[in-house]
Ligand binder design. Sequence first.
Ligand code: FAD
Length: 507
Amino acid sequence: MILFLSCIAFRNNLCLSSIPSTLKSLPLDGHFTFDEVHFAAKDFGNRYQFLPAAILHPKSVSDIANTIKHIWQMGSHSELTVAARGHGHALQGQSQAHRGVVISMESLQGPEMQVYTGNSPYVDVSGGELWINILHESLKYGLTPKSWTDYLHLTVGGTLSNAGVSGQAFQHGPQISNVNQLEVVTGKGDVVTCSEKHNSDLFHSVLGGLGQFGIITRARISLEPAPDMVKWIRVLYSDFATFARDQEHLISLGRTFDYIEGFVIINRTGLLNNWRSSFNPQDPIQASHFKSDGRTLFCLELAKYFNQDKSDVVHQEIEHMLSQLGYITSTLFLSEVTYVEFLDRVHVSEVKLRSKGLWEVPHPWLNLFIPRSKINNFADEVFGNILTETSNGPVLIYPVNKSKWDNRTSAITPEEDTFYLVAFLTSAVPSSTGTDGLEHILTQNKRILEYCEKAHLGVKQYLPHYTTQEEWQAHFGPRWEIFVQRKSAYDPLAVLAPGQRIFKKAI
Ligand code: FAD
């Protein structure tokens, strides 16, 4: 028996020590690095650091396929796993691979983005492409993707592995509802093109699939005609129920506004709390600077797209729609910005925070999907009892229509027709032990989650993070079985995205 165990240890050690050389022998268009791997052990969350054994900088899809096939063929003799790293904006090590291979997806820039301008226009892009680049490219043809995230310096593969939700989602659904086709490298190293019609199970598995079923190497994103300009509006409420009622009313009307979000103002002071509120500086009064005098206020944020020649007509339409809402009438903030300025608004704040050393701090974010019927209970408890002094960063809150989500994808949402995204986008001040420190914020997050659990709100985490399979099982609920089946079909050795900690590679 002892002999047997030591053989296994020997075999594993042998495999471990020979990993770099077996990878080195692979024929590649790109290359591996084995020494300078620290950057792949870091992400936006700034809390988890797992060193990989190697980083692949692929130049072609076959670089990715050959690497994964090689690892697949080594089977359980190797502990190597593979994580795609988009822009590394995950929060808890999801794009990291401890002693595994991280694929730097941004190296896979080619072939060039291709915009198709006929009926039902689209753009074909690499899985490592940043959304900001897709915006600029499609605008050259007068076109634009329909559904966004609030921040565009994220990769296509990264957001499609989650969902991609922003203020356009009530109308168009999340980004995963606006993809026509994908090219995917599975956990066996097979390169497969999939869509609604072809290999549809893989297509739906990968969308919202947390990187578990394959690496997205290309995506075909649906486009629409782009506007030039945006009327950007903020109005304030002191009563949550009225705020939520108006949001729900607006999303039920179809295309009244093009973007509907909202955020909570809790003792709003300081740069960190304002970081996503970069409003046009020419604006006479800025909603984000509104003195809340210790009260909690709720800001409805709206945008209406338009072309220069239609400015007056659009203005009248907006006035008409706003007249139906119950906000505090003296708190109407309206500015006009270009479409690009509007969509890339968070980047302005990023530049500001970076210059002050406040970007690369721990981000203990908590993102929740809350059923509509429970949102008032949630707001009462969280904004009335738990988060009363400060929010340590923006708190977003807005409803979306479930009918715009495809329930064949892997994304998990609450059961009701309408649910809210509530995002606590907190930043912790490094080494602070006060209310702006990591420990305090994590305790607050825990209190929020414990309340949701105890009150049976039917909440689902977005960008979820769990450490045990039981928790993942509870997250997926009745969809766990299909998730497991899909895993065994497309990544049976559990090679992919180990940083999600859903499955563990058997060795
Ligand atoms: P990574 O963090 O590198 O990867 C995330 C996961 O996807 C990992 O498991 C990784 O292995 C996997 N993955 C990456 N690329 C691929 C690929 N090509 N194929 C398969 N799997 C892959 N999200 C929203 O929905 N709405 C928002 O408004 C929004 N705003 C944000 C603002 C900021 C400032 C930040 C930092 C994040 C925001 N996010 C938002 C979250 C964002 O969607 C996630 O961080 C997501 O992980 C995208 O980041 P990334 O491209 O850097 O991917």
